[in-house]
Structures are given as C-alpha cells and as structure tokens.
Design a protein around this ligand. Structure first.
Ligand code: FES
Ligand SMILES: [Fe+2]
Length: 440
C-alpha cells in the first residue's frame, strides 16, 4: 500500500469540482481496502431484536464479505461471531436463521457455545494428549455488539466509539424513522438478490431523487407508483462518519401543493405516525418532516416508507448482494401484515418493480468504470454545487433545504475517502472532514 504521506484517497473525490473518479467503482485493490478500512472498522447492521427474541435464536449476516453469526445467549445478551471454524475455517452455521443450543462444526466436530467459546474437541484427551487450549480456540467474537431502537449492530474494531456516538443525529434519526411507528417487528424472511454492480453505486442511488422521473417512469405509467415527488421541497442531511439522508420534505406546504396537484400525494403518508407525539419526540422537528432516504454509513438504507431496510452487502468489486428486511407493527392484523409484505416484495427485492428499474443502471455503470477510455472520465456530481446552505443541528450534523441535489452523494464519497485514508479509529476521529458550515 502506498505511503499515506504521499497518497490520499481524497484524490478520487473533488468536492469543489463536483466529480468522483469512476475507477473507485471497480478497482480490486480499492475494494480490498474498503473491506479492511470501512467494514472491518465500522459498526455493521446485523438484524432486528425481534428476529432473535429468545435464547439460542440466531441470524447469520456479514461484516464486509465475511459471514458472522448473531445469536441471543441464555442471559439475554447478544453475541456476534465470525462464522468460521478456527480449526480449518469451515462455515460453522449453515442456516440463515434458526434456534440452537450451540454450534457444531460439520468437519471434525468441534463444538461451540452460544458465546462462541470452544466446548468440545473430539479426541481432546487421546489425540491432542489433553493439551489443546480451548480458551484460545473459540470463534472470533466481535468486541462490540449494541442495539439502538431495537436494531442490532456489531463492530469488529476494539477501538470503535460506542454505537450511539457512531450513529450521531443522522444515524439515530434514520433508525427511528422505523422505530417511531410503534412496536415494530421484522417480518419473517429476508429477500436477497445479487447484482453485478459496485456496492457504492447501489448506496448512492438511495440518496438520488433525480433518477425517479426517468428510471421509474414505466412504474408511474403502469400506475404502480404515483407521480414522483416535486423537486422543489427537498431535505438533505449530512452526518458525521458519512451518514446521510436525502429526499422530499413532508410539510404542510408540500401537502397543500399535493392538493393543488403540483406534487405527488405520496410525499405524505397520512397513516404514517400512529402516535404523533411519540414520533415528534423520537424524530425531533427536523426529522419529523423527513420523507427521504437515509443511509447509515456504510451500507444501511432505510426506505422512505419507514417499513424496510436494505443492506448493500459487498461481494466483490463488481458484485453486491441486496438484503431486504420488512417491518410491521407487532399488533397488525394478518391482512395488514400481508399488505405490507406484498408492497415490499413488489417494490424492491428480486421481484420488485422499482429495483428492476434501478439495478440495471448500476450494472451498466459499473461495467463502464474499467474501460481504458471510460475510466479516464470522472462521474459528475455537480447538481446544485456551491448553492447548498447547511444549517447546523448539533455540530456533528447539518441539514440543507433546497431543491433536488447531489450534496449527500458527494458527502458519501468525501467520507468514504476519510475512512480509506485513516489507519485507525483515532486517526479517523482526528482527521475526518467536519460537517460543512459553508455552502457546499
Ligand atoms: S474445520 Fe471445524 S472442526 Fe475441523
Ligand atoms: Fe430508484
């Protein structure tokens, strides 16, 4: 790897000129560094607490492209362990989710407890002469596991800040957009599909409200979705460590405009908040108006409906797996639950109309980042460049109210470069780009 004094990943991102070097979307060395400097260092979304309510309940997920087991222990605590046997690397837990008393490796039979500790080694006395140190050979455990508003996160870096500090205002608001709806539970079955695109292109799309008019025009024509929201009322939020949010504002003003037929009525879901007071308290005055899409850095998308989360899991420089989690109120009727599940299934995921529209654009874009001619051309992120006026929220996050823009996209890549440059959490904290106070 290059000497840091001479090499900075900020060379790929030009926030003043509004461009990003397209090579970052397919370069194998960059991808490897992302796994190490972003995913292995960051807090990663694992599952919702409702997916593992009882002792022994587990859900398998990934940190970067490495499988992990997220499991509830008998004392109620949650552990996250690398899903790889320390003996010869075999995948210890093969199911996507379930209930277990422990985990037995199918190769030579080493057996692990719910906390990952090595309990049984076949032949320990006779073949290992009683000398193998079981204390040392358990599954690798994440040093940090924590929940916020019911969402479970894990971090493999010992030096990481606590989850709430990492999330900041934008990350917490993002998760509360779901949690504020009530006592939410995750519907069984996570929808998964793989696209031949770079994970960052899938992430930036959720911040992008420019494409809906064209990309999703057929969905509008078919009557599956309404007219895309007006570009006039847009709220962007930029948070520390790369968290960002972008999309329409949901205000009395936009509702009146919808009544006049100037924007889509879908900008506002009248049924959205069952408990208006609770929503106001959890989201605050700025968050209460949000109807856009947040991304909890690096790869957790919360949809505008507040009913789905999508993980953009990296599977290679040009491969991304999308995981869709759908949420519903615990007390919902079977009919309403089925309605929410059906809407989720038909919007996004492998059978989702919108994601079929989106996905091919990212695939084509990714392919065109490695041509000898194309790779010399940067991508353009100049929409509203220099005109976005940030308003402070807490010194660690800001919001910008303007028309549709690409401020959040650029913030994502500036933060990406911070993470890629940093050699440790201390380095990241000391040198990360502060949230802007001047026009961006
Ligand atoms: S690989 Fe797991 S017991 Fe040998
Ligand atoms: Fe889209």
């Amino acid at each position: 790897m290059q000497d840091k004094a001479q090499f900075s990943y900020h060379r790929y991102v030009d926030p003043k000129g509004g461009t990003v070097d397209r090579r970052i979307f397919s370069d194998p060395d960059i991808y490897q560094r992302e796994l190490e400097h972003i995913f292995a260092r960051s807090w990663n979304f694992m599952c919702h607490e409702s997916q593992i309510p009882e002792a022994g309940d587990y859900f398998t997920n990934y940190i970067g492209d490495e499988p992990v087991i997220c499991v509830r222990d008998r004392d109620g605590s949650i552990h996250v362990m690398l899903n790889s046997c320390p003996h010869r690397g075999n995948t210890v837990c093969r199911a996507e989710s379930g209930k277990a008393r422990g985990f037995l490796c199918s190769y030579h039979g080493w057996a692990f407890g719910l906390d990952g500790s090595l309990k049984v080694v076949p032949g320990r006395k006779d073949l290992y002469n009683g000398e193998i140190d079981r204390e040392k050979w358990g599954l690798l455990r994440a040093p940090h596991v924590a929940t916020y508003s019911g969402f479970v996160f894990a971090c493999m870096d010992e030096d990481a800040p606590p989850l709430e500090e990492f999330l900041g205002e934008v990350g917490k608001l993002s998760l509360n957009l779901i949690a504020a709806r009530g006592d939410m539970v995750c519907i069984d079955g996570v929808q998964k599909n793989v696209l031949d695109c770079n994970w960052k292109l899938a992430v930036e799309n959720l911040l992008d409200w420019y494409h809906a008019d064209i990309t999703h025009h057929s969905a509008t024509m078919a009557g599956f979705i309404g007219k895309p929201p007006s570009h006039n009322w847009h709220r962007t939020m930029l948070g520390e460590y790369g968290h960002a949010l972008s999309g329409p504002r949901m205000t009395e003003e936009t509702w009146a405009a919808a009544e006049r037929g100037e924007t889509s009525k879908e900008v506002r879901f009248p049924e959205a908040w069952r408990n208006e007071e609770r929503a106001r308290e959890m989201l605050g005055p700025i968050g209460r108006d949000v109807k856009g899409h947040p991304n909890v850095f690096p790869n957790v998308w919360i949809t505008a409906s507040g009913r789905q989360i999508c993980l953009r899991l990296p599977k290679g420089p040009e491969k991304t797996e999308l995981w869709w989690f759908t949420f519903v109120d615990r007390g919902a009727t079977p009919e309403y639950r089925a309605q929410v599940a059906s809407h989720g299934t038909h919007s996004f995921g492998p059978a989702g109309l919108l994601e079929q529209d989106d996905g091919d654009n990212w695939i084509q874009g990714t392919k065109r980042t490695r041509g000898v001619l194309a790779r010399k051309l940067p991508f353009n992120y100049q929409m509203n460049l220099g005109h976005g006026q940030p308003h402070a929220i807490d010194g660690r996050s800001v919001y910008i109210d303007d028309h549709t823009n690409e401020h959040a996209h650029l913030w994502l890549y500036r933060s990406w470069a911070d993470w890629m440059d940093a050699e440790s959490w201390a380095d990241l904290k000391a040198n990360a780009t502060p949230v802007p106070t001047e026009a961006v």
